[in-house]
Write a protein that binds this ligand. Structure first.
Ligand SMILES: [Zn+2]
Length: 497
């Protein structure tokens, strides 16, 4: 995509590297003085200000994108590729908890046993915000939304239909709505507030007001021809220059997540919906080729959309970090989607860091939690992290992959339909161990399995020791975030309950 496709002037162009020295574009777009932070030496040298603008990073999670699907459809993506990268978990919430905390999810206390990001220590966006960065977020996944505290530290947190539910963010908005002016003035005030970006979750307005608002700009934000999983509205937002002042932009796109629902022109199969619990627990399995075909269609659509999104991100950010939070199963190991376990097809992920001078493939074993440390180092922010800088010298390490059991809501539903003992077996915690020399060992319902040869003498023992060394904060399964019926319905739709 060329820069002429963008409806508004961009702040920066020319791809990677130094931004234009001229301050005009910057000051007009940021509506005020150029924002220079973390660079005290330059605080009183206006001519040098633009040379020392802060490093800007976009972090993009392509939810549920398997490593093999990524390799097949994202060969166009430039940057340094991490070929042996592993998630810390098999599903969204704990993986994102690791991304935002640089710890294992059981340490962060954000997984099926303890839902929500409510740890006392600051999370990534809070650290960046304290360091005077402007972090913003766009998420298509309800699991990574204000409902579960994932908006902590962000200056704004936007979402699509999946996030557009009765969340905490909307509560604040409703209070404002109730306490503001009456009648037409009320709507005018709120519409004005929306365009000025006062509200944290823009799409939340859709729930209560979209039909009544007459502001054309507001309307166009919500006019989506079909259900969308994030890519199209994100692209539109970027083309409208909505994240012009973001030094850090977090994105989650859901195109590769079930239900696989790409536009008509991408569909090569008929409807591939099925019950992943029945498929996993019984022999009532769907046609694997059909399901994989539908997934591939969605991934092709995602890849095409992301190519356009990436072109926009590349112009605005010094680094674009693209990764997946986990994979997906199509009957391997007798399991479907990402219901349970730490199978390698579920936990191996792509990570690519794009930026000036970055290319080639790294075959060292790394983890999703390393992204946390990498971002902190690139932005020169001091904080504790388990991770290592992916752009530095990478040490040989062993990493843990955790499966803590099923979500309480899921468990409850399964108990209604299946024998207790069977359900319990799928709820049993399982761990994996990723290590040097492309090694991956993992616990399964049947016992220990491994790929590659380990440099450790006794990998199962090392795994147990590593797991035992973790200070857990996730022991109490009762501490789940209470959610509304709307949220529960959306979670069910996503297969989380
Ligand atoms: Zn996910």
């Amino acid at each position: 995509m060329s820069s002429s496709d963008s409806p508004e002037p961009l702040i920066w162009n020319g791809g990677w590297g130094r931004r234009p020295v001229s301050g005009t574009g910057i000051s007009s777009t940021l509506s005020g003085t150029p924002q220079i932070r973390n660079s005290p030496a330059y605080a009183f040298h206006p001519l040098k200000l633009t040379l020392w603008l802060m490093t800007r990073i976009a972090l993009v999670v392509l939810d549920t994108l398997r490593k093999d699907a990524f390799d097949q459809h994202f060969s166009w993506l430039p940057g340094r590729r991490f070929e042996q990268a592993w998630s810390t978990a098999k599903w969204t919430m704990p993986a994102h908890a690791s991304l935002f905390t640089g710890t294992y999810a059981s340490e962060a206390g954000a997984n099926a046993n303890s839902e929500g990001l409510d740890r006392p220590e600051p999370v990534l966006a809070e650290l960046l915000s304290r360091a005077e960065y402007t972090p913003r977020a766009f998420s298509a996944n309800l699991m990574v939304s204000p409902v579960f505290g994932f908006d902590r530290g962000f200056d704004s947190f936007e979402g699509t239909w999946r996030v557009n539910v009765n969340s905490k963010g909307i509560t604040g908005w409703r209070e404002l709505f109730q306490n503001s002016h009456s009648g037409a003035k009320k709507y005018a005030t709120i519409a004005k507030g929306m365009t000025a970006g006062w509200y944290r979750i823009l799409p939340s307005i859709k729930t209560g007001l979209a039909q009544r608002l007459t502001d054309r700009y507001v309307r166009t934000l919500f006019e989506q021809p079909h259900r969308d999983d994030g890519a199209a509205p994100l692209l539109r937002s970027l083309q409208q220059n909505r994240y012009a002042d973001a030094d850090f932009l977090f994105v989650n796109l859901m195109e590769a997540h079930a239900p696989y629902d790409p536009p008509e022109s991408y569909r090569t199969t008929e409807d591939a919906s099925y019950d992943e619990v029945a498929a996993t627990l019984t022999d009532d399995e769907p046609d694997g080729r059909l399901v994989r075909g539908a997934y591939n269609d969605s991934v092709r659509y995602l890849a095409d959309q992301y190519e356009r999104i990436f072109a926009e991100l590349q112009r605005r950010f010094d680094y674009v970090i693209t990764l997946s939070d986990h994979g997906e199963l199509f009957g391997e190991h007798g399991s479907w989607r990402h219901l349970h376990g730490v199978y390698p097809e579920l936990t191996r992920i792509p990570i690519v860091i794009s930026g000036e001078g970055l290319s080639g493939a790294c075959s060292k074993t790394v983890s999703l939690l390393d992204v946390h440390r990498t971002i902190l180092d690139l932005l020169n922010v001091e904080a504790v992290s388990r991770g290592q800088n992916l752009l530095g010298t990478i040490d040989d390490r062993f990493y843990l992959v955790e499966y803590e059991g099923l979500r309480a809501a899921r468990l409850e539903k399964m108990r209604d339909r299946y024998p207790d003992e069977l359900v319990r077996s799928y709820d049993r915690p399982l761990n994996g161990l990723a290590g040097p020399n492309e090694y991956y060992g993992y616990q399964t319902l049947e016992g220990w399995e491994e790929r590659g040869s380990s440099t450790a003498e006794n990998p199962p023992l090392l795994l147990r020791e590593l797991a035992a060394s973790i200070t857990r904060r996730d022991e109490d399964r009762q501490s789940s975030v209470p959610v509304s019926e709307d949220v529960r319905a959306r979670l069910e739709d996503l297969g989380y309950a």
